[in-house]
Design a binder for this molecule. Structure first.
Ligand code: BGC
Length: 669
């Protein structure tokens, strides 16, 4: 049975009220709350409240762990290493009387569990908590103890640890997921069906934990009130303490009222940092240079919705971080990856895949996204990478032929868009592969037609999307700085006729994306559609990056010496030695809503050997010869250039991560 709380609801509402009351008049209001805990990591939030009665310019908080360690932070500058000190960022340093500010961070538990340290600092009371704070603390404690003790197995305080996130248990009549008091809850029977170490939070243990709260709080009244209450009660309670307390007075509380849809969901917003990816990135040498950037969360099978911290854990974490924009990928069409093997998915058209996609994949995603507590997040949905492009160029493949028919890609995408476009805060961008695939004019115009028709066939037609996304996550650069003109004559021939470009007029994603947008506007789409470009691995820096134009008069030599894209062939897609590209940013160029990182760095494109072990999450994933370092790209008769030792698609691949860092362009700090 589980005794660790992670997130509170019923129990914590009681605590929250008590702490909000405690905050009046005591210059001791800093709270520490664990937002999420998984494996060896955690994220936590500290809320600082100015209870001094006069304006405060600048604040700091210090704390010390037994074994935990901070790895990265947001909304504060964290320095030191146990003890840690966080100071304001300047822009959040001024606090009016009663005003709060929160900041967050991520860390490693180093074999222990997430700790609740005591907070010290200019606004945190530290050893100076007043006696009134101490009496409030003990009354909080006894109210906690009696609340928990009086709870019953079906009562409001019973909770469910659902894959590491704690929910309240719905009233006994509810089955599956539901809502009570605006909070999501899970039925008792669903909870009980969870494997160990998840499941119902044991009532007796909760009670005994509560009695230790009482003694611990009264004996530690000299330290910061909310911090000591939090540490004694467990992270469940503390999380709600801080969120209740901070929503009472926070300067960064989310706006309330009707959601206002925006033109560009990336403009002027704080982007979500995925703590699970970020922890892996931090674990690699130099990884901290990018670990604080936004990457998309992939829903690449039904199980991804609930496994690990799940979609709900990510969304809750986004709210905890105070992020405005959260990006995820819809990637589970039946017959997925129809022209390759590495990312074959769990659903087949011939095995009722379209129905399952609707009922067991899109429906639960929509259900989660529509919860009121996420209604102020801009949720960016990347729709089905590589799917419709396969129907443009790969209809010779039987799987793609089938995907071109009923219950296939167009039906699946239309269904996804119909459902997601019901939610005013979801911004869908449909994937259009990249310029090295759809750049030739016949492919380009066929794709504009096919993809345009697919979107137009949805309930809301052209209004069901915010735009399109390119290069997810291929290695095609934004532009070729030394080959700006595809028609330039070298050795009597245009540059685009070189072997590397095969007459494709687009050498980079920027112009391709801008022209695609124009073509779609011509095709009837509104002029406010925007483009995203995945720049996660298209940087091509490092020691081999050319620094100028070739002086050769031989066309192929000229192109090969001038191009920054150093692949053997533009069709090579698997585990290439590219580099981290432009950092995520809004409005980088006309028509481009943002540069984004759709495919997180360090996640493999496909397993490199044919004698692989099945991936238990994705038994359909296979070895594609394009991922073999020793094979040739069959179509082009050149090496694949794929890195060796790669695990299955999506699995962590440290060598690839490290290479991407080394080859970053623009270079990393
Ligand atoms: C894989 C997915 C994975 C994604 C992001 C794809 O190639 O098939 O399983 O989630 O990459 O790494």
């Amino acid at each position: 049975m589980i005794t660790t709380f992670k997130k509170g609801s019923g129990l914590s509402a009681v605590l929250g009220l008590a702490i909000a009351a405690a905050s009046h008049g005591a210059a001791a209001d800093c709270s520490y709350s664990i937002s999420n805990e998984w494996g060896s990591g955690y994220t936590a939030e500290i809320t600082v409240t100015n209870d001094t009665g006069s304006t405060v310019e600048g604040w700091d908080v210090s704390w010390q762990y037994n074994s935990n360690q901070v790895t990265n932070s947001w909304n504060a500058q964290v320095s030191g290493s146990n003890p840690y000190t966080a100071t304001d960022m300047g822009w959040n340093g001024t606090l009016q009387p009663g005003q709060s500010v929160s900041f967050g961070f991520q860390g490693s538990t180093n074999g222990g569990s997430a700790e609740q340290p005591t907070l010290e600092g200019s606004l945190c009371g530290g050893g100076t908590a007043s006696s009134s704070a101490s009496s409030v603390a003990s009354s909080v404690a006894s109210s906690v103890a009696s609340s928990v003790a009086s709870s019953t197995p079906s009562g409001v305080f019973l909770q469910c640890n659902w894959y590491g996130t704690v929910y309240s248990v719905c009233s006994d009549t509810q089955s599956g997921w539901g809502y009570e008091d605006g909070e999501s809850c899970v039925s008792r029977s669903a909870c009980e069906s969870q494997p160990e170490p998840y499941g119902l939070v044991d009532e007796d243990n909760s009670s005994s934990e509560a009695s230790s709260v009482a003694s611990s709080v009264s004996s530690s009244a000299s330290s910061a009130v909310s911090s000591s209450v939090s540490s004694a009660v467990s992270s469940s309670a503390s999380s709600a303490v801080s969120s209740t307390a901070s929503s009472a007075a926070s300067s960064s509380a989310p706006p309330t009222g009707d959601y206002q849809r925006v033109d560009n969901p990336f403009e002027g917003t704080q982007l979500y940092i995925d703590p699970v990816w970020s922890e892996k990135a931090m674990g690699e040498p130099g990884g901290e240079a990018i670990a604080n950037e936004n990457t998309a969360v992939w829903m690449d099978r039904r199980g991804a919705i609930t496994d690990g911290i799940g979609l709900k854990g990510h969304l809750d974490e986004a709210v905890n971080q105070g992020a405005d924009t959260f990006m995820f990928v819809v990637y589970n069409l039946p017959n997925r990856d129809c022209a390759a093997l590495a990312s074959n998915g769990e659903l087949r058209i011939s095995e009722n895949g379209f129905q399952i996609y609707q009922d067991e994949y899109i429906a639960p995603i929509k259900e989660l996204l529509s919860q009121p507590k996420y209604s102020n997040l801009h949720i960016v949905a990347i729709i089905e990478v590589d799917s419709l492009p396969n129907l443009v160029t790969n209809l010779d493949e039987p799987d793609c032929q089938e995907a071109n028919g009923p219950g296939g890609y167009a039906d699946g995408i239309q269904h996804a868009l119909n459902e997601l476009s019901d939610l005013p805060n979801v911004y869908s961008y449909v994937d259009i592969a990249h310029s090295g695939w759809l750049g030739w004019s016949d492919n380009f115009s066929e794709a504009v037609q096919l993809i345009g028709d697919t979107v137009k066939g949805t309930d809301k037609g052209v209004d069901s999307i915010a735009g399109y996304v390119t290069n997810s996550a291929n290695y095609t650069p934004l532009e070729e700085p030394y080959l700006p003109d595809p028609s330039l004559q070298v050795g009597g021939q245009p540059v685009r006729s070189a072997s590397f470009y095969e007459w494709n007029p687009y050498f980079g994603e920027l112009e391709f994306a801008q022209d695609w947008r124009d073509a779609m506007i011509q095709n009837g789409f509104p002029s406010d559609i925007g483009m995203l470009i995945d720049t996660g691995r298209n940087g091509w820096g490092g020691p081999d990056r050319p620094t100028g134009v070739s002086s050769s008069s031989d066309l192929d030599t000229y192109v090969d010496e001038s191009r920054v894209d150093r692949r053997h062939h533009r069709g090579n897609w698997c585990n290439q030695p590219g580099g981290v590209g432009e950092r995520p940013q809004a409005n980088p160029a006309p028509g481009i809503d943002a540069f984004v990182w759709v495919k997180p760095q360090g996640e493999s494109d496909g397993v490199s050997t044919a004698d692989f072990e099945q991936d238990p999450n994705d038994p359909a994933k296979q070895h594609d010869p394009m991922c073999s370092p020793d094979a040739n790209n069959e179509d082009a008769g050149v090496p694949t250039g794929a890195l060796p030792n790669a695990p299955h698609a999506g699995r962590w691949f440290p060598e690839a991560f490290n290479l991407l860092l080394d080859n970053a362009y623009p270079p990393l700090d």
